[in-house]
Design a protein around this ligand. Structure first.
Ligand code: GAL
Length: 362
């Protein structure tokens, strides 16, 4: 993974749109050298390591000092890390929540200390004390995953009628993105389920039956193994909706143990998200079929721009003021566009796009 190669992308329009009325060239002044706290959820997935590095680099490029912490997917640990950052006097916080509802008290502490908060990729729920949200169009991520399955099975263009067997996986139930990904996927898949062109043999098709705590691949593997044992005797799985590469890897392990990928048992259409290195290699090897790539360099740039504008009293980049209600208020957001990646376009998107080199993918 090219975490070290953080090629600046041209977001001129976005940056310009961040220049508000009181654009008084106050670049520096009291904000120069201020410390910003960045709280990422875990180092167990390479994307968050890249996020931490990218946000740090973007903020340092604007003259800030950065205090970067990673929770170990432990909500309590993240709360105390953020408390510490506030105590250390950070001037703003960028937070990718582990548990979207566990941060209310510490967000209140931030507000009491006049520390603005940018929710990074994952919205923080149930508090007025979150200022802006930087993320991707998460519903569209799900639509790309569901759409890929409908396309590859030949359902969307009507060339095949099915019925096909599908199993459904969702992300962590404490991550607000989970329901957006699922909703997006179901926007596409539900009509085929209704017409029985797609069949969930396990019967587990409700969000609360298919979530995967902390997005853990091992948990997904175990659930897939159980489903294969209980619901597939002579039948085979044709597609698996997976919301995230780490989950896809667990699903693939379970399928491999059940002889998928060998004669007579072709790999199902398996989706994913984040274009993590192992999954891109898996796509090249024809196991996982798709991932949804989100250019984290752009996300980091938006978050840093939000911090900078907020501290300088300028208008931050915002392109959505309706989609993300956090149960207390609609949080103004900047949503970037995801890209569906498979074997046909990974070179163009990921290699030519500077995310991976050819050597990384060998
Ligand atoms: C989500 C994020 C996904 C994926 C997942 C697991 O919040 O939007 O891109 O990274 O967490 O880490």
């Amino acid at each position: 993974m090219k975490t070290s190669v953080v090629v600046p992308v041209t977001l001129a329009a976005l940056v310009l749109s961040g220049c508000g009325k009181n654009d008084d060239d106050n670049d520096g002044g009291e904000t120069a050298g201020a410390a910003i706290g960045v709280a990422m959820p875990t180092k167990s997935s390479e994307r968050w390591i890249a996020d931490g590095a990218n946000v740090k680099k973007e903020l340092e490029g604007k003259g800030y000092k950065v205090k970067l912490v990673f929770g170990e997917d432990d909500p309590d640990q993240q709360v105390s890390q953020i408390e510490n950052l506030i105590t250390q006097g950070v001037k703003a916080l960028v937070v990718a929540a582990i548990d979207n509802k566990s941060l209310n008290n510490v967000m209140q502490q931030a507000a009491d200390s006049d520390v603005p908060v940018i929710a990074y990729d994952r919205l923080i729920l149930g508090t007025a004390n979150v200022d802006y949200y930087a993320s991707f169009d998460n519903e569209k991520v799900g639509e790309m995953q569901g759409g890929y399955i409908a396309d590859k099975l030949g359902l969307r263009d009507g060339s095949k009628k099915g019925p096909f067997n599908i199993e459904l996986f969702a992300g962590s139930n404490d991550d607000n993105n989970t329901r957006y990904f699922f909703k997006g996927a179901m926007n596409v898949l539900q009509p085929y389920l209704d017409k029985k062109q797609l069949v969930v043999r396990s019967g587990q098709d409700k969000l609360n039956q298919i979530t995967t705590l902390r997005w853990d691949g091992g948990t997904a593997q175990k659930r897939m193994e159980d489903i294969l044992t209980s619901s597939y005797k002579s039948e085979k799985v044709d597609a698996v909706l997976s919301p995230y590469d780490g989950i896809s890897i667990g699903i693939i392990s379970a399928l491999k143990s059940d002889a998928y990928g060998s004669q007579g048992k072709p790999w199902p259409v398996i989706t994913g998200q984040d274009a993590e290195l192992a999954s891109v290699k898996s796509i090249i090897a024809d196991q996982q079929k798709q991932t949804v790539y989100k250019d984290l360099r752009k996300l980091a740039r938006v978050a840093a721009e939000m911090v900078d504008a907020t501290l300088k009293g300028k208008k931050p980049p915002i392109n959505d003021t309706k989609s993300y209600n956090n149960l207390v208020k609609v949080v103004p957001a900047y949503l970037l566009q995801p890209v569906s990646v498979d074997k046909a376009n990974y070179e163009k998107v990921l290699v030519e796009g500077g995310w991976y080199s050819e050597d990384d993918l060998k």
